[in-house]
Ligand binder design. Structure first.
Ligand SMILES: Nc1ncnc2c1ncn2[C@@H]1O[C@H](COP(=O)(O)OP(=O)(O)OP(=O)(O)O)[C@@H](O)[C@H]1O
Ligand SMILES: [Mg+2]
Length: 262
């Protein structure tokens, strides 16, 4: 990506234009175009290997794109623009930007040697240099919000998967992100624990958090989602309102996929 950037991102929280990503000779993203608006719940669905996680990793500056343009909140991911020129950001600058984006994975990735509340306090204390007292108060409020205040002193091994995932969400929120990325946050959970995590996500959506959610939970997509994109083999096959796409998929590939997950 060496040309100048002339297209501003407008009021989009995320905007992708012709985003390509390859690993060696394997092209994983083959030109992704999409737009996520502020306060939107944007659902990303598609078969295994279609590039969903890779795309999230590009948004979060964990992967460099090979071609196209990607903006988060009006700023080019990985680059700084000065006049007509683009300069690649240094690792330190990338890390600073990444703080504004919360990420929740399929596996909860909590620090095993820290209690729930310590997990949530960690980044504000280490990265934002908050005092421990202030960080603990904020962490307790967040644990309250995800229904985990009574387990604040438990270690991850003493929590169920659904509880760990709710702590992971609180931990991401502790950095006050402007965007939350969820990569199949419920797919490692026992079925009876899925609802409690989706409820927390629904609450976040109601509070106006901008969220990109990779999920196979089509009920959630239909009820909470504002937009849905179906990806296959590194391209956006179709997109629209979740109700529309789920009820009337237009493409064979979407139909085939939905017949397996609905
Ligand atoms: N670091 C990497 N190096 C090489 N290939 C990779 C790398 N990461 C992903 N891939 C390949 O890119 C393709 C897309 O992977 P990705 O994880 O983005 O798919 P996905 O849609 O998230 O799938 P799933 O639903 O299984 O999570 C896969 O073929 C994968 O093998
Ligand atoms: Mg994935």
């Amino acid at each position: 990506m060496t040309e100048q950037s002339d297209a501003p991102a407008g009021d989009a929280m995320v905007r992708a234009e012709g985003v390509h990503k390859s690993y060696g000779l394997v092209e994983v993203l083959k030109g992704i175009d999409l737009q996520v608006r502020p306060r939107e719940v944007f659902c990303l669905v598609g078969p295994s290997g279609s590039g969903k996680s890779t795309f999230l990793r590009c948004i979060n500056h964990l992967e460099k794109i090979n071609a196209g343009r990607l903006w988060v909140d009006g700023e080019l991911v990985g680059y700084r623009q000065k006049g007509e020129k683009l300069y690649e950001l240094r690792d330190r600058e990338v890390a600073v930007k990444r703080r504004d984006i919360g990420m929740v994975f399929q596996r909860f990735n909590l620090f095993p040697h820290m209690t729930a509340v310590e997990n949530v306090m960690e980044a504000p204390v280490q990265v934002k240099k908050r005092s421990k007292g202030e960080a603990r108060d904020q962490a307790m409020a967040l644990l309250e919000r995800v229904g985990m205040a009574d387990k604040a002193r438990n270690y991850p091994s003493q929590l169920s998967g659904g509880q760990q995932q709710r702590v992971a969400i609180a931990r991401a929120l502790a950095m006050q992100p402007k965007l939350m990325l969820f990569d199949e946050p419920t797919s490692a959970l026992d079925p009876e624990l899925v609802g409690e995590v989706l409820d927390v996500m629904r609450g976040l959506a109601e509070e106006g958090m901008t969220m990109i959610v990779v999920t196979h939970e089509m009920g959630f997509a239909r009820e909470v989602g504002d937009a849905l994109v179906f990806m296959d083999d590194g391209v956006v096959v179709e997109s629209g309102s979740p109700r529309e796409v789920l009820a009337n998929p237009r493409h064979e590939r979407t139909k085939a996929f939905l017949s397996k997950v609905l």
